[in-house]
Design a protein around this ligand. Structure first.
Ligand SMILES: Nc1ncnc2c1ncn2[C@@H]1O[C@H](COP(=O)(O)OP(=O)(O)O)[C@@H](O)[C@H]1O
Ligand SMILES: [Mg+2]
Length: 376
């Protein structure tokens, strides 16, 4: 590694709102990086419940105000636990880069009093993380891209480019609450978009029908049959037809959406989970056919995020796409921590005053330096 090597912690919690993931990495000026260790802190159930209420637009302004600081305390705790776990001290860490917790994301223009804006809100107060850890903390990455006319998402493709290079044409498919793909190809500029639901609807239905947090290893879906009629109804959703750049979240695929979906579900609850799993796999592969293959071939798919552990989902993606399917683990990157690593890379750029958005992915009018710094 080169001289200017930093030791950093990336902090991430996605739309699943399952846990805060922290990645300890070393990174140098040429973006050579070493993933040292990861650590996850599960949200306490009451905290998760409150965050879901906020994301489902069922909470108060006071809840949002309070949870900004509650989340920050948990993000700081997660970082400190990772530091201790590795026999380090806060002084050994150069910076923390925190994505925060998205509670709302409005990627399309809205207008009030003739003022038009896209907007997004990530909580987990940056000043508090910095103060509690004693480490300079960078956060609020998405706002600057939105300010430059983008959707503020997706941001991880910047890291995907650096991690995977372009020696093959790849679809880097993250499956978190939402599915999102980064297309890395020799034939075109890197582009990315959200494919639709990843685990979000599966998680919600498994909670309602089985009172479990998620379908471990895809075992429930494996016991059911795909109901084609139900699947076709589910596929009738405008989002899937929209051309990229496009991003989505709980604003669309939320509890109300799930309730409407479950009203049309088959009687057999295993079939419901199997069909929702087929919906995630199907919309992922269809989006390649509709939006990727017209621009470039794909040599292989690389899955990441918690969905990588859902064997039924992965098998369906293999089956539908007829492409080789790998996971990040095949590239020696923990499937769970890739996004946290990505934010550590984005924060490195902020501190070095290097632009870190990809306008072809977000739709921004120009490259900008994303991230706001709270110094220790
Ligand atoms: N062993 C597993 N089997 C199936 N699904 C899993 C497993 N572990 C995690 N997941 C899924 O991954 C989700 C979390 O993925 P993650 O990448 O953290 O998403 P997000 O970025 O939205 O938080 C869980 O909600 C669950 O649906
Ligand atoms: Mg998560």
């Amino acid at each position: 590694m080169n001289k200017n090597t930093k030791t950093a912690i990336g902090l991430m919690s996605g739309t699943s709102m399952d846990a805060i993931d922290a990645a300890l990495v070393r990174i140098d000026d040429d973006f050579n990086f070493e993933f040292i260790k990861g650590h996850s802190l599960k949200y306490p159930s009451e905290v998760r419940q409150k965050l879901l209420e906020i994301a489902n637009n069922k909470a108060t302004t006071s809840d949002i105000c309070f949870m900004d600081f509650v989340c920050a305390k948990l993000f700081a705790r997660c970082a400190l636990e990772l530091i201790t776990k590795n026999g380090l001290q806060a002084g050994d860490i150069d910076y923390i880069a925190s994505h925060g917790q998205t509670v709302f994301h409005i990627p399309e223009d809205k207008t009030i009093s003739n003022i038009t804006a896209k907007s997004t809100l990530q909580i987990a107060n940056i000043s508090t993380i910095s103060e509690l850890t004693g480490i300079t903390t960078i956060g609020d990455f998405r706002s600057k891209d939105i300010a430059a006319g983008g959707q503020g998402a997706p941001l991880v493709p910047f890291a995907d480019e650096l991690i995977f290079k372009k020696d093959k044409n790849r679809a880097i498919q993250n499956i978190g609450g939402i599915g999102n793909v980064t297309v890395l190809s020799k034939d075109c500029e890197t582009f990315a978009f959200d494919t639709g639901p990843g685990n979000m609807l599966i998680d919600g239905a498994v909670k309602k029908l089985f009172d479990l947090p998620f379908d471990k290893d895809g075992q429930i879906a494996a016991k059911g049959k795909i109901d084609e009629k139900f699947l076709n109804e589910l596929l009738d959703e405008d989002y899937y037809k929209k051309f990229p750049p496009k991003t989505t979240g709980r604003e669309l695929f939320n509890d109300d959406y799930l309730m409407r979906v479950l009203q049309k579900a088959p009687e057999n609850k295993y079939d419901t989970i199997a069909t929702l799993t087929a919906l995630s796999a199907g919309t992922i592969v269809d989006s390649y056919k509709n939006f990727v293959l017209p621009k470039t071939t794909i040599d292989e798919i690389v899955i990441g995020g918690g969905g990588a552990y859902n064997k039924t989902l992965i098998n369906l993606i293999k089956d539908y796409s007829k492409l080789p399917v790998k996971t990040h683990a095949d590239f020696k990157i923990d499937d769970k921590f890739k996004e946290a690593i990505a934010f550590a890379m984005l924060g490195f750029c902020t501190l070095n005053h290097t632009p870190n958005n990809l306008p072809a992915c977000t739709g921004a009018s120009k490259r900008v330096i994303m991230g706001v710094v709270s110094y220790s």
